[in-house]
Design a protein around this ligand. Structure first.
Ligand code: UDP
Ligand code: MN
Length: 406
């Protein structure tokens, strides 16, 4: 009996400890995780002064040297050694990549005649796969895509570690890119995410979006455009920058501007560009799945390259929270375009929780005077400098400096 009692006490004690551990994990687990991957992101994605070249990395070639006769991807010639390519004084990473790519491309031209390409040449392999994807002989992708699931589960907690996500999404091409190899999608889509200091959201977003977009059989690339420094945020400017930088890399004909904290709940919400600009985030959980007002174009929006250029992009004048999306909506109407939407039961989104930013008190004034500036404030007046441009597996990262007016 004595024995039995002490065993029972032992079991109870053990059970209590397990419960306590579970409670701690539930309430504080994501906080600990947050710290872990915030550190990881900082450590792994920033290369401000030099570009490391190893056998495992390849760089997408900057557009300025992209033409039909050279390869679309860059793979270091030496696939085993690690070498470091130093920046020249005052040079940004985009330029460095450009120089680096030119160097490698020249070297390839002299060392690899077309006939000397062997099966194991990674440059040739990549070039072939790119050509296959670009082939106009492929049949159009089925509409609607056959593997859609309709309503899907949205995970809002326990963001995965980047390296775990990378191994789960190993089917991705560098830069956060994928396209089907058996059919030709209707658009070449760039998804532009304005970003700063939302590491957990970004990982949850990538975890959700890549499989979602793949099921939609899209040719897509995710661009994360991050504002450097701690000055007031300018969401619209980051999206204009994403537009310009993406077009330097490839000929996207469709852009989706996407808040990092909005996750679509239904994969019938297709990330393509129809004839008119499409407001995608019609029904958000935090707005009780109702459209707040008719002309809203905030959250997630799709627009063709042609229309975005015609509208002169977003205004660059909205520093801080609010106004830029309504100004964009005004631009759409001013140019006699109209906002299209999917039905409210399809265009549903979950917003990841965050603190509300302080609204910009001047937003209404800027908005009301904005009409006169559509032609002069936008893509054609955009000023920025690229600090880093890097193609990770999960996304193309563009870190930029922008200056608020003094
Ligand atoms: N954002 C960011 N960091 C910030 C502020 C905004 O990354 O400090 C980006 C992010 O993509 C976010 C979007 O801008 O989803 C819109 O900002 P926020 O979510 O604060 O505004 P809401 O639309 O929820 O009012
Ligand atoms: Mn938000």
């Amino acid at each position: 009996m004595q024995n039995c009692c002490s065993w029972t006490t032992l079991y109870k004690g053990f059970f209590a400890i397990v419960c306590a551990l579970l409670v701690v994990e539930y309430f504080f687990g994501s906080t600990f995780e947050t710290r872990k991957w915030e550190t990881y992101l900082l450590n792994t994605t920033r290369i401000p002064t030099s570009v490391k070249v190893t056998g495992q990395h390849s760089f997408h070639k900057p557009s300025s040297i992209m033409n039909n006769s050279t390869t679309a991807y860059l793979v270091p010639i030496n696939s085993t050694k690690t070498s470091t390519f130093q920046h020249q004084n005052g040079e940004n990473v985009a330029n460095t990549l450009f120089r680096l790519s030119k160097m490698i491309s020249n070297a390839n031209r002299t060392t690899n005649s077309p006939s000397s390409h062997s099966n194991s040449n990674p440059i040739l392999d990549l070039r072939e796969s790119v050509e296959k994807n670009n082939s106009s002989e492929l049949p159009p992708c089925p509409d609607p895509p056959p593997n859609l699931q309709g309503r899907i589960k949205v995970r809002t907690k326990n963001a995965p570690l980047p390296r775990i996500l990378e191994s789960r999404l190993s089917w991705l091409k560098l830069g956060g890119h994928w396209s089907p190899t058996t059919c030709k999608p209707p658009n070449k889509v760039a998804i532009v995410v304005p970003y700063r200091c939302r590491g957990e959201h970004l990982l949850l977003f990538l975890q959700h979006m890549h499989p979602f977009l793949k099921r939609q059989l899209l040719d897509y690339t995710i661009f994360v455009v991050e504002q450097n420094g701690s000055q007031v945020f300018n969401r619209a400017m980051l999206m204009n920058i994403g537009f310009k930088e993406a077009l330097k890399l490839d000929n996207y004909d469709c852009f989706i501007f996407h808040d990092v904290d909005l996750l679509p709940e239904d994969d019938r919400n297709l990330y393509t560009c129809p004839n008119q600009p499409r407001h995608m985030s019609v029904a958000i959980d935090t707005f009780r799945y109702k459209l707040p007002y008719q002309f809203i174009f905030g959250g997630v929006g799709a627009i063709s390259t042609k229309h975005f250029t015609q509208l002169n992009g977003f205004s660059n004048s909205f520093w801080g929270w609010g106004g830029e999306d309504d100004d964009f909506s005004n631009r759409i109407r001013f140019h006699k375009l109209h906002i299209s939407r999917y039905p409210i039961f399809i265009a549903r989104y979950t917003m990841l929780s965050h603190k509300r930013d302080k609204p910009n008190p001047k937003r209404y004034d800027i908005l009301s005077s904005g009409m006169k500036k559509f032609d002069t404030d936008g893509l054609n007046s955009l000023k920025y400098s690229v600090v880093t441009l890097r193609q990770n597996l999960l996304y193309t990262w563009v870190l930029v400096d922008i200056k608020p007016p003094s």
